[in-house]
Design a protein around this ligand. Sequence first.
Ligand code: SF4
Ligand code: SF4
Ligand code: SF4
Length: 380
Amino acid sequence: MNHRISRRTFTGAAAALGLPVLHEGPVASATESGAGLPDACAALSVRPYQLMCVICRVGAGGTDDLGDPRLTAILAAARQDPKRPLSLRCNVDTVYRYQNPGRAEDTDEGELFNAKRDLDILQKLGLVPGDTRPAIDLFERVLAQIPQARGICGYATLTSDTWRGCPQAASGNYEQGHALGINALIPPRDAAEKARFKQTSVAAIDQAAALRIRPHHLLCMSCFHGGRDTLAPIDEDNLCEAIEAVQQQPEIPITLIAGVCMICPPCGKYDPVSKLCVGGRSMALRDQKKDLDVLQKLGLKYGDTLPARELFRLLYERIASTREICGYGDGVTRAPEWSICGSAEQDAPYQQARAMQLGIDAEPAAHRSGAAGSEDADPR
Ligand code: SF4
Ligand code: SF4
Ligand code: SF4
């Protein structure tokens, strides 16, 4: 039996459930990612040790030219496009040899040391030969899981010349690069540009006849609200402004869209060129799953439009806890890419917003001043 539900069938079903689906059909605005855009960027093959060497040379004071053409090229590629896929390839004797890159980029310390150093790094990263990730994800993962060169690039005891290690292993350069962090490798978004996007996107919300919001941001709005009577906007997102719009116009239509939405333009993770979220540790991957999980629970799909009051009523009726969405139901973290937001582990803010129906119809509506210490939209 074919269980697929066509748009027409759903519209009928939604009407039968009493859901006022006002409009269907995905369209993208200037700050949205649009649907189905292919990302044909080829993966760049790198040796695992080269990621550490990039950090090491930045720690030694390198900026753009790292004094090694290969390392310089890797850093330039990551800076030009932080989502550029990097494939970790190394020489192994086992079933993973299908991805062996050859010895041309081995360093001078010999085959055995080169093989062990790469596998040591993959083991610490929890990855395997051939794994591919966006550049920013891989560098963040190295920084998170490899704090020092000791034990990887050189050993405390010299057991033989074969295991003499890299001459820089005890220099402290890697540790210095590690201390500088991700911003020294991939500079953050320009603050003035973020401020400009904040201004224009808040104006867009203020003037909007309808809001365009990705599904799981309805929950983030709730976590931000947290049952507070008075809210204050933050520079990093437009959650506060979207809540205000809903409180002041409970019947305002909300269209559920894929990818970045009206909440995102001022965010440090928002890439205005690709109109994608480039949050590290594969934030965009988690967010897509959260969006689809919300749609499934609500029985809706991208492009559907409901009045705000009705949409939040449905949200709070069908989703009792952020753990159902942001904790994947069971609260188990199975990989760094599938980490769990702190507000899913401590669910009280969502519960309080749910109890108040986001302050819709409450008096007084939210104000744009007074409260401090708002949550960031990016706690994941
Ligand atoms: S110690 Fe040597 S091998 Fe290790 S990261 Fe630094 S330069 Fe690279
Ligand atoms: S738990 Fe985190 S990701 Fe989930 S809705 Fe709340 S703030 Fe957003
Ligand atoms: S982190 Fe959240 S608010 Fe920022 S761009 Fe990504 S989805 Fe949007």
